[in-house]
Design a protein around this ligand. Structure first.
Ligand SMILES: C[S@@+](CC[C@H](N)C(=O)[O-])C[C@H]1O[C@@H](n2cnc3c(N)ncnc32)[C@H](O)[C@@H]1O
Length: 503
């Protein structure tokens, strides 16, 4: 029977004999990011809404194995049994149904899960099964596919070789799968038993041997274990709800994220990294940095908090409710309940961003905040690690004398962009922006003097010598330039435009 309830109820089989043959069918049909892109263009990678589905169906009318698999596992459209039989070989549709991947009534076959192909962070492709969205009404244990948040975390992850990694709240296992490429071993945990099943299936389907999946709440499945890297895309949403495991948490406001950072700190090896996505409340009359800063007190970790977006509470609530409310009436009820909750807690807006912590016991831990508006590079983990090293360097050179004696080099990623407009004397530059073309892509308007100082930093002359040249040119004392220039140079180092030579 093809049932109406689109959620897969049978667990996915992780038997090697089953999974190997499923992989064989996908490989033979070239169900890869490139194969899918050739067939259905950008729909291969983006979210699949009703419009995308219509376009995909129009492009998959030929009945080839790849077209049949796309209809089954991306468009969620029933396929004639004879066509499906060819695409699913060497196993039969009934065997795929026993393994939890399809439903069949003998005449038609329909996919029970969504299977998306994606490029892994360190290269190579993978296929990930997740629950299909089906109707809007979602079950509490819905298992998410790869979304923009999953990719966001993957893009900022520091991909240095590491002995042990923990992926907390693994869902379908996407972060664990990426971390497996640069970790000797990975532990992936989730409170949702269905997520644990999906993660085990996905890891087996993609031949990832060094990940162990465990079920349980927060850090309970790892006892007192320590990790060199902890990643988490947790259920960070601030709301009065606690129904959806992938979205909601049972704590007030942003306390769940606070608990996560404080507990994660206790599970890091010395020098180990913890990177997570988080939301934090902007409470009326209080600077968000003053609220979030104390989360890290006593953790023995340096912390860098990057806020990438701030949403007012109405927008924030709507963004989440539109995905989950099954009807307009329920959406309206939920919206009012969420807004009442924010009002009661004096929450005006929510900050969205990422937190990176590095364990450094015994030192004076630092906390840094940045508001980044620009889209980040798809691989900026190394830029984040470098950002920690630059922050360390700045704190090791607290006075101007140390800075003036240093040699700096302009980053090879720095670029100056000018915008000119016409005037009485022809073109005149009215705006110049210094930007990094890779990594965190810091951007800022600069004057000519600052732009020229960056260009003059070639690693051979000290900052003091460069300031001396400038002072002579302008006919002022070097100390005047230094007083104004040192804070600017520090900021340029912090953002990665200037790099300490030899550091
Ligand atoms: C937003 S999803 C992230 C899935 C996946 N890691 C990704 O990046 O796409 C959050 C996951 O955390 C899990 N989760 C929720 N509460 C948890 C808890 N207390 N302990 C462990 N996992 C939890 C959910 O079941 C869900 O799979």
């Amino acid at each position: 029977m093809i049932c109406q309830d689109r959620r897969v109820s049978a667990p996915l089989s992780v038997e090697p004999g089953f999974v190997d043959r499923v992989r064989e069918a996908f490989d033979r049909a070239d169900y890869s990011a490139s194969g899918l892109q050739e067939l259905i263009g950008g729909y291969a990678l983006g979210p699949i809404d009703e419009e995308a589905r219509m376009a995909i169906l129009r492009r998959t009318t030929g009945g080839s194995p790849l077209e049949a698999l796309v209809r089954l596992f991306l468009a969620e459209e029933p396929v004639d049994e004879k066509i499906a039989r060819v695409a699913l070989a060497p196993l039969t549709p009934a065997q795929w149904a026993d393994g939890g991947l399809v439903e069949t009534d003998g005449e038609r076959v329909r996919g029970s899960v969504r299977l998306r192909s994606f490029e892994r962070a360190a290269g190579g492709r993978a296929i990930m099964a997740s629950d299909s969205w089906g109707t809007k009404e979602q079950a509490p244990d819905h298992v998410l596919g790869i979304g923009s948040a999953s990719l966001g975390l993957s893009h900022i992850t520091i991909r240095r070789p590491v002995s042990r990694t923990l992926d907390l709240g693994t869902g379908g296992g996407v972060q664990a799968m990426d971390a497996a490429l640069h970790s000797e071993s990975v532990v992936a945990t989730d409170r949702n038993p269905r997520a644990v099943n999906f993660a085990r299936f996905n890891l087996a389907l993609n031949n990832v041997p060094n990940v162990e999946v465990r079920q349980g709440d927060l850090f309970e499945p790892v006892g007192g274990d320590l990790f060199g890297l902890i990643v988490s895309n947790p259920p960070f949403v601030i709301s009065p709800e606690s129904a959806l495991l992938y979205r909601d948490n049972p704590m007030e406001g942003d306390e769940f994220c606070q608990l996560l950072v404080r507990t994660a700190a206790q599970h890091l090896t010395e020098g180990g990294w913890c990177q997570l996505l988080a939301n934090w409340a902007h409470v009326k009359g209080m600077d968000w940095k003053q609220r979030v800063g104390p989360w890290f007190e006593g953790t023995e970790c340096d912390a860098w908090i990057i806020q990438s977006q701030v949403e007012d509470v109405e927008q924030y609530a709507l963004n989440w409710i539109r995905h989950s409310a099954p009807s307009a009436e329920q959406a309206s009820q939920e919206f009012n309940a969420w807004l009442d909750y924010y009002e009661g807690a004096r929450i005006e807006a929510v900050g969205l961003g990422m937190i990176t912590m590095r364990r450094r016991s015994g030192g004076a831990a630092w906390v840094r905040f940045d508001d980044l508006k620009q889209p980040l590079d798809t691989r900026c983990g190394e830029a984040i690690a470098t950002g920690f090293e630059l922050e360390d360097w700045i704190r090791a050179h607290p006075d101007d004398a140390g800075l003036l004696a240093s040699r700096l080099a302009a980053s090879p990623d720095a670029e100056l962009q000018q915008r000119s407009s016409t005037g009485p004397n022809g073109w005149s530059v009215d705006r110049q922006e210094l930007r990094l073309v890779r990594g965190l892509r810091f951007t800022g308007t600069v004057d000519w003097t600052t732009a020229n100082i960056v260009a003059a930093c070639d690693g051979t002359r000290t900052v003091g010598e460069l300031f001396g040249d400038l002072a002579a040119k302008l006919g002022v004392e070097r100390s005047v330039i230094a007083t104004e220039g040192c804070p600017i140079v520090r900021r340029l180092i912090q953002q990665g435009f200037l790099l300490p030579a030899g550091a």
